[in-house]
Write a protein that binds this ligand. Sequence first.
Ligand SMILES: C[S@@+](CC[C@H](N)C(=O)[O-])C[C@H]1O[C@@H](n2cnc3c(N)ncnc32)[C@H](O)[C@@H]1O
Length: 271
Amino acid sequence: MDAFKRSNRENWNERADVHVLDRTGFYAVDAFLAGSDVLYPIESREIGDISGLKLAHFQCHIGIDTLCLARRGAIATGLDFSPRAIEHARELSQRSGIAADFVEGEVYDAPEHIGTGFDMVFTSWGTITWLDDINAWARAIAGVLKPGGRLYFADSHPGIMNHEQIGDVIRPHYDWRSLRERPERFDAPTTYTGDDTPLKVAHTFEWMRGVSDVVGSLLKAGMRLDFLREHEQLPFKLFPMMIDAGERMFALPAGIPRMPLALSLQATRKD
Ligand SMILES: C[S@@+](CC[C@H](N)C(=O)[O-])C[C@H]1O[C@@H](n2cnc3c(N)ncnc32)[C@H](O)[C@@H]1O
């Protein structure tokens, strides 16, 4: 593992410890433990019937989504490279009484870590920005899926990730593609949930890319695109000006030109 990833993993370990306490309610841990399905509305509408499916959740973090997917009837396995996140996911599985497997490991080596023959891969919100090799990501997805198995992906729109809010204007601020060896560095003293616990590793390294890189990587890995959709809402405030849009989602305020903030897609592994 290179220095960027090691540093990111330290940052994620720290965040996992903060997120599981959920002092601000961002992760809806209490609602989840009380029996609510806390998937966000976009994926909730789009994933279809997952009952009985053998499902791999890439970058599962503390496992809340994995366990919601299991509660919907999937036989779920969560994969994440943060040992602290995996530990918390296993605890939440016990506390909720919902069975799921949680495995520590790098996404690129998913077939090695969790095996193959999956009906579905699910991955959402804050995923590919952490990955320096989108082709290896797509190969790992195709690698764990059985022929005819599908990927569901929802995340920030790649076309907006290189923007920043400067004053009251949102404009491009970074190159739209990052070289593997030169990710963007972001400094943030605390995590995105609003919890003010200071992070010791208070910076992250992230990679920008275009929509064609994401879709192209999947096609190259032997997947067929079933649908691709764009959305005007996100489950977090990518820009400080964003306002509460209900259902734990955020949108741009009135007066700001509408733009796609999120992208979702489904792709199926060809035979
Ligand atoms: C924003 S979270 C995942 C999103 C999920 N929706 C959530 O918030 O619960 C990002 C996760 O990606 C994991 N991660 C980052 N890079 C990874 C990699 N190369 N392999 C596996 N997991 C990785 C981090 O440990 C973290 O748990």
